[in-house]
Design a protein around this ligand. Structure first.
Ligand code: HEM
Length: 398
């Protein structure tokens, strides 16, 4: 199968894999697909047998010319998502603190103000393209705010982080790769300036947490420390942005696709948290990540060997009929159950509360301001990626 077609519509492949005994090897991913909920949980809870080192294996390797540009920057150092064991615990600590419930609560007035301003900017128009008009800008502004960036620097920093993803996951010409690499390096230099400024003048933000925790002491940051901080901030800008964008897209899409769900939510706004969980379960923004087998192990009856790669599908786990009835229906009254769309185990998402609060605030404003919301078109194209499963565009009217 063409990988792009699979990326846009992966659910039939997962369903077939769940029906098939053992693990299915998917050549499109170069990995065994872990599709059943119990197997997904098992892999995620045994990091010593299933390493995260190759979690984000690139689809395309940068050309030599692009690498020549990249080495001028501050990247290429391990980030939390691909670390194991003690190295992982060390990189995760400042994030847990920086995204604590108290920090998230303190950010809510900012989220509400941005959300109201964005919706207010198009509410009088009777129509909007939701992804560009709202779902992309809101989480970008919010993660920039939490990290501690000047609002004027946030769009460029976010774009730089996205360019890093583009370089590794899309097919580009050599000239395009070089341009992208230069842009990535410019943003790394900007973030490095922030890191050094926070060293001298700590503030109450995530960047300060990262500097304080990853580079204890008070002297000038070493080059290695600067690289580590910049790599992890860049990673955070990506992790905190497009995932939430995807959920803002799919929650609105699925509520409006069967408009009775939207009408029910208008009648019973207390169902908003359930609608968010159901949207995350039904179309997991991160469809899955890879793990590398560290030692011979049998999973679901399939023998795996050292260095075999598995693709752990959070998305497929959410559609497992052994865990919830009628899994292919979107139903905001579904009895609560623990889906795995925010991960599980030591790498489980430290930003899930922040993401859910953004979606909650967004839905509450929409219910209040635009109850007549409906889809302008029903032929929706999903983006060809497993990292943030979302509509490419979503035209709404009211
Ligand atoms: C709807 C939004 C989101 C979804 C669906 C989501 C999903 C996930 C998942 C499935 C993982 C586990 C990865 C693994 O096991 O390899 C993860 C990890 C992570 N997420 Fe999220 N996430 C979201 C929002 C956020 C936000 C808003 C932030 C930051 C502000 C964030 C930061 C991270 C980080 C740093 C990790 C890596 C943690 C580690 O490796 O220990 N995420 N996320």
């Amino acid at each position: 199968m063409n990988p792009q077609a699979f990326y846009r519509a992966p659910y039939p492949v997962y369903a077939e894999a769940r029906r098939t005994r053992g693990l299915t090897f998917l050549p499109e991913l170069g990995a065994y697909l872990v599709s059943r909920r119990e197997d997904v949980r098992e892999v995620l809870s045994k990091p010593e047998q299933f390493s995260s080192a190759g979690a984000l294996r690139p689809d395309y390797l940068p050309s030599r010319a692009a690498l020549t540009e990249l080495i001028k920057g501050f990247g290429g150092v391990q980030a939390v998502l691909t670390a194991d064991g003690d190295a992982h615990r060390r990189l995760r600590r400042p994030l847990t603190r920086g995204l604590s419930p108290a920090r998230v609560a303190a950010a809510l007035p900012f989220v509400t103000e941005r959300a109201e301003a964005l919706i207010g900017s198009f509410a009088g128009d009777g129509q909007v393209e939701w992804m560009d008009g709202y779902a992309r800008p809101l989480p970008a502004a919010v993660i920039g705010h939490l990290v501690g960036l000047d609002p004027a620097d946030t769009p460029g920093a976010i774009r730089g982080a996205q360019r890093a993803e583009e370089l590794l996951f899309t097919e580009l010409t050599e000239a395009e790769q070089v341009d992208v690499a230069k842009e990535i390096v410019d943003v790394q230099c900007l973030l490095d300036g922030y890191a050094r400024a926070r060293r001298k003048d700590p503030r109450d933000d995530l960047l300060t947490e990262l500097v304080r925790d990853l580079a204890p002491g008070s002297g000038d940051l070493t080059l290695d420390q600067r690289k580590e901080i910049v790599s992890n901030v860049q990673n955070l800008l990506l992790a905190g942005h497009l995932t939430t964008t995807a959920l803002l897209g799919t929650v609105v899409l699925n509520l409006l696709r069967d408009r009775r769900q939207w009408e029910l939510l208008c009648e019973q706004p207390r169902l908003v948290p359930a609608a968010i969980e159901e949207a995350a379960r039904f179309e997991a923004p991160i469809q899955g990540f890879r793990r590398t087998v560290t030692t011979g192990v049998t999973l679901s009856g399939t023998e795996l060997h050292e260095d075999d790669v598995v693709f752990v599908s959070f998305a497929s786990a959410g559609r497992d009929a052994d865990a919830t009835a009628r899994p292919d229906e979107f139903d905001i009254t579904r009895p609560a159950f623990r889906h795995l769309s925010f991960g599980y185990g030591p790498h489980g998402c430290p930003g899930s509360q922040l993401a859910k609060e953004q979606v909650r605030i967004s839905l509450e404003i929409l219910l209040r301001e635009l109850p007549g919301l409906r889809l302008a078109h029903t032929d929706i194209t999903m983006a060809p990626t497993l990292i943030h499963h979302s509509p490419e565009a979503l035209f709404l009217t009211w």
